[in-house]
Design a protein around this ligand. Structure first.
Ligand SMILES: NC(=O)c1ccc[n+]([C@@H]2O[C@H](COP(=O)([O-])OP(=O)(O)OC[C@H]3O[C@@H](n4cnc5c(N)ncnc54)[C@H](OP(=O)(O)O)[C@@H]3O)[C@@H](O)[C@H]2O)c1
Length: 237
């Protein structure tokens, strides 16, 4: 049984991952930004062990998360924010928010959780990226840049920590039907427009993202590090 922390696991892909680890017999810590009642509700619903809140835009809170959870075997860095804006209209506020939550907190959490993994000689770190690392979405330049930044962190850090039994990988979903993009896939016209850009012709489900992450955290993934697994129905092609 492994201890697993999944950030942003009260809905969408993070929740599907949390449930899959619970079904796998692991001890799962559910996390969201502020609403402890929501985190507790999801914890009970899926049978996870613990629920915590931590606003990943607040670096003081990020520094305290490790104290709340203790060490973990698997750190799944899934939470992110996304602001749709043309590149010419990006503001300092949305730039900083996306870089703080998506990149800075990711690095700080790796720094906080890695030492215990090194001591144990075992650890699995998985970041959740995006197909937009490979595509040029006009309204997602900063969001895409944050995902590329994390992918580079993964590559650099994976090489440094490989001798200590810790793997670091990125998993990049395509268009997945989650609360984040409900307004798109619940609108027939918008949904069809997106589906046209997906060779498999459909949105992915949160469950489509589960297999790769479970595999990376299992014995089968022991020799895989510093890579990116894209789960997008061919959307990046
Ligand atoms: N859905 C897609 O099509 C898609 C495609 C490519 C990549 N991805 C990536 O997959 C991951 C999950 O996406 P999703 O669509 O499942 O997301 P989602 O439905 O928007 O859920 C995001 C989760 O992150 C948490 N979160 C957001 N801001 C936070 C903050 N400041 N501090 C702490 N937690 C915060 C949310 O908690 P609160 O409710 O408390 O804010 C929520 O649990 C993200 O990294 C996303 O970029 C998604």
């Amino acid at each position: 049984m492994k201890r697993v922390l999944i950030t942003g696991s009260t809905q969408g892909i993070g929740k599907a991952l949390a449930l899959a680890f619970v079904k796998n017999g692991d001890e799962v810590i559910v996390h969201c930004s502020k609403d402890i009642e929501k985190a507790e509700r999801i914890r009970k619903e899926i049978g996870a062990s613990k629920a915590v809140v931590c606003d990943l835009s607040n670096m003081n809170e990020v520094s305290e998360l490790y104290q709340k959870t203790g060490s973990v075997d698997c750190l799944i860095l899934n939470a992110s924010v996304q602001y749709k804006e043309l590149w010419s209209e990006i503001t300092d506020e949305t730039f900083d928010k996306q870089f703080d939550i998506n990149v800075k907190s990711t690095l700080k959490l790796m720094q906080a959780y890695y030492p215990a993994m090194q001591e144990k000689g075992f650890g699995r770190i998985v970041t959740i990226g995006s197909v937009n690392q490979y595509r040029q979405h006009a309204e997602l330049s900063v969001y895409s840049a944050t995902k590329c930044a994390v992918k580079k962190l993964v590559e650099v850090i994976a090489k440094q920590v490989a001798p200590f039994g810790v793997t670091v990988n990125n998993v990049s979903p395509g268009a997945i039907a989650t609360p984040r993009n409900e307004n798109v896939y619940k609108n027939e016209e918008m949904r069809k427009a997106v589906e046209k850009s997906i060779p498999m012709g459909r949105f992915g489900t949160p469950e489509d993202c589960v297999g790769a992450v479970l595999m990376l955290c299992s014995e089968q993934g022991a020799y895989i590090t510093g890579t990116d697994i894209v789960i997008d129905g061919g959307m990046r092609l």
